[in-house]
Design a protein around this ligand. Structure first.
Ligand code: 5AD
Ligand code: SF4
Length: 452
């Protein structure tokens, strides 16, 4: 028998999210799909009738975390009848039906391009608790056309919102599972993206972050590119800040760099531009489509156009062909570019990728030694760069009280520097602060008196 619709009103969901901003935003979409069915957000797992894990498969460790969390959830699942447990995101696509074999208490597995089917999956799992296991790994080409006015957004109170413009990836970096899990690129029509930004601006959003695995590869069916989109988005009066992530160096065109300058100061002077390695030989083996010189030329091109432009990057150490000298080139890249933020990872062999043919040749000790050296080196660079902010006045968008105590509030500058300060303040508002202190990771500031 079908449960009456009113039943859903008393049901609660909980979503756990791992991985990139795209996953964070997908979780907002999953939440809104469940809320449309009448589900309410649970206070935590114990209080939930439906638990979804929105997962990341980029490294083995991320995938293993999902399975250990599933192990912990066995007790929750068995504690009451009718509970539904689902795995979404990239592990769903990567591991597929084998998830049911490893974790038989999972009811549904839904891939990252099939999130539209989550509502019916949950309803079916509740109606046929043991008889049915729901598996949907399809890569739908309309996955990107989500009704944007229904998305349950987390950042609205802080004046920020994500807007997906491109899903999937057409590159074939030899170490990466993303093209398999998220499928080929699919771009949203520019008109729809602009409509979403306008509607967000009307709801009080001042900072927009455009999302895509390779966001700067954006080209819609009418030929509009990210350059066009930046210029048009900057015309929307209430939008104060525009960011976009993640960019691929090979697609950082002259036209896009010009547009970043010409769109004006709303385009934040901070760009996350994953280099992955500082060695041209390793970049070739990774099939990144650029070498060290071409990467540096992009950095220079942007610094020439936008004074004060700052950069973040991703780096992988211990790629199978990486020699000591190659690693030295990566360390040297840190000195040359002077990044403000580096995410660094030990190479993790992923099933189904081209690099598997090379073997996982660098022993774990060497890999983790290199990782530690790289991180230590970068922290000393960041410490120095952050010290340069002390004494300067900055404008931050207030994010909210920091987790470390009521008196510590957090804001972010256009350059993506995190500033802690004593509150209270209003999330989503701009505030002028004088920087009084710094560490390698953040700045500390105090409000500049408005009646001075
Ligand atoms: N091993 C280690 N790091 C990886 N990344 C992607 N695939 C792997 C892998 N197999 C890193 C890249 C990418 C970031 C999101 O994760 O640096 O930019
Ligand atoms: Fe993975 Fe390369 Fe695509 Fe980035 S550009 S998602 S690293 S294949």
């Amino acid at each position: 028998m079908t449960r009456p619709a009113a039943d859903a009103a008393s049901l609660r969901y909980h979503i756990e999210t791992w991985g990139c901003q795209m996953n964070v935003h997908d979780s907002e979409k999953l939440a809104s799909a469940l809320e449309r069915q009448g589900y309410a957000r649970a206070a935590g797992i114990d209080d939930a009738d439906v638990v979804l894990l929105n997962t990341c498969a980029i490294r083995e460790k991320a995938e293993e975390k999902v399975f250990s969390e599933l192990g912990r959830l066995r007790g929750w699942k068995g504690a009451a009848a009718g509970r539904v447990l689902g795995v979404c995101g990239c592990v769903a696509k990567q591991a597929g039906a084998t998830i049911f074999a490893r974790a038989p208490h999972v009811d549904l597995v839904v891939g990252p391009r099939a999130t539209g089917s989550i509502s019916s999956a949950v309803v079916r799992a509740r109606e046929a608790p043991t008889a049915l296991r729901f598996l949907d790994l399809e890569q739908r080409s309309d996955s990107i056309r989500f009704p944007f006015d229904e998305i349950r957004r987390e950042g609205l109170g802080a004046g920020k919102a994500f807007v997906t413009i491109l899903e999937g990836c057409n590159h074939r970096c030899t170490y990466c599972v993303v093209p398999r899990t998220r499928g080929p690129e699919i771009a949203r029509p520019m008109a729809e993206v602009l409509a979403e930004i306008r509607s967000l601006a009307a709801a009080g959003v001042v900072e927009i972050e455009l999302l895509g695995q390779t966001v700067n590869a954006y080209r819609d069916a009418e030929g509009h590119t990210l350059a066009d989109l930046l210029l048009r988005a900057a015309e929307i009066a209430a939008v104060e800040r525009i960011r976009f992530t993640t960019s691929h160096p090979a697609q950082m065109t002259e036209r896009l760099m010009d547009a970043m300058r010409d769109a004006g100061p709303k385009v934040c002077p901070y760009l996350h531009l994953p280099a992955q390695s500082g060695s041209s030989a390793v970049l070739r083996a990774m099939r990144r489509g650029y070498d060290r010189e071409r990467y540096l030329a992009k950095i220079d091109g942007l610094r020439r156009r936008i004074p004060g432009m700052r950069f973040g990057t991703d780096l992988i150490v211990g790629f199978p062909t990486e020699s000591d000298a190659d690693f030295g080139q990566t360390l040297d890249l840190l000195d040359t570019v002077q990044f403000d933020l580096v995410y660094s990872f030990a190479y993790s062999e992923r099933p189904g990728t081209r690099a598997v043919e090379l073997g996982d040749r660098i022993d774990p000790t060497t890999k983790f030694e290199r990782l530690a050296r790289l991180q230590e080196h970068q922290l000393s660079i960041q410490e120095r760069r952050n010290r340069d902010w002390v004494g300067r006045t900055v404008e931050v968008l207030v994010e909210g009280p920091s987790k470390r105590g009521d008196l510590r509030w957090t804001g972010r500058t256009a350059e993506s520097r995190i500033v802690h300060f004593a509150g209270p303040a209003v999330p989503g508002r701009f505030l002028t602060l004088r920087v009084t202190d710094s560490t390698a990771l953040s700045l500390r500031g105090e409000p500049v008196s408005s009646c001075a």
